[in-house]
Design a protein around this ligand. Structure first.
Ligand code: GAR
Length: 201
């Protein structure tokens, strides 16, 4: 792909705080052309595994310095991405930033919200003994995993599964679906009415 084609693509930035497996899938799908957006940068708030993955893929890494949210705002203002994609970014976005960018920030969460928000959602669900869990992709508002829901996918937990098995099944679901949902958001008309995300309108 030449530079002109590349620059005509929508652009996204991905934010991560941890391992970065979701970031890596998004970056690879972008490079293969399956994700229609260009991954402009990986943005992190700490030293984490995602950085090495970005370096291997030749994607710019921006490390936010303190206070992270001032830097975050500046970076978003400079890069002007079409969509800000949180992928394991373990920070609550301050209300004034959400107000400025809503609905252009999305997040993925490893449970069927509103069940098990916050940290360690897979373990929360596993320990609770639910029979069905899953993933949620949602617009980011000022709460913790509370924004309007774009997409959910459920999975039945089999009795033989340990926590590690469930974690890998959930990550598989995330990797299969996040890039597809981002493609939809960038290509298909949609609107948000209250808490409801409606397509094709
Ligand atoms: C993912 O499971 C994501 O859903 C979760 O962090 C993990 C990051 O994994 N996010 C949250 O819990 C947000 N509340 P990764 O770094 O390998 O992509």
């Amino acid at each position: 792909m030449n530079n002109i084609e590349q620059s005509n693509k929508p652009s996204i930035v991905v934010l991560a705080s941890g391992n970065g497996s979701n970031f890596q899938v998004l970056a690879e799908k972008s490079l293969s052309g399956e994700l229609i957006a260009n991954v402009r940068a990986l943005i992190v708030d700490r030293a984490c595994g995602a950085i090495e993955r970005a370096k291997k893929l030749g994607i710019e890494v921006i490390i936010l310095s303190k206070p992270w949210y001032e830097d975050f705002e500046k970076v978003i203002n400079d890069l002007k991405p079409d969509l800000v994609v949180l992928a394991g970014f373990m920070r609550i976005i301050p209300e004034h930033i959400v107000a400025k960018y809503f609905p252009r920030i999305v997040n993925i969460h490893p449970s069927l919200l509103p069940a098990f928000p916050g940290k360690d959602a897979i373990k929360q669900a596993y320990d609770y003994g639910v029979k069905v869990t899953g993933i949620t992709i949602h617009f980011v508002d000022a709460g913790v995993d509370t924004g309007p829901i774009i997409f959910q996918k459920a999975i039945e937990i089999e009795e033989s599964w340990d926590l590690e098995t469930l974690e890998s099944k959930i990550h598989e679901l995330e990797h299969e679906n996040y890039w597809r949902v981002i493609n939809n958001l960038l290509q298909k008309p949609h609107k948000i009415e209250g808490r409801k995300v409606k397509w094709g309108v």
